[in-house]
Design a protein around this ligand. Structure first.
Ligand SMILES: [Zn+2]
Length: 68
């Protein structure tokens, strides 16, 4: 189980990136929304979709949930 966060600031493409705690590419803490603990990134993205319409996994810490 890992702790997941979503960036409250959207990327240039309009999506909100989901990260695992400890990712080197996490935004500043004040810009993070806590998604809770998940065993895989897909369930974390589901939670993020409750808040944001367009979400994407970070390509560094969630490559299996990242779409380009
Ligand atoms: Zn990341």
């Amino acid at each position: 189980m890992a702790q997941f966060y979503v960036n409250q600031n959207q990327q240039t493409g309009g999506e909100h990136e989901v990260h695992v705690e400890g990712c080197n590419f996490m935004p500043f803490e004040k810009n993070l929304l806590d998604l809770g603990g998940h065993t895989d990134c897909s369930s974390a993205l589901e939670v993020a979709r409750n808040t944001y319409d367009v979400v994407n996994g970070c390509e560094h810490c969630c490559p299996s949930c990242h779409t380009t």
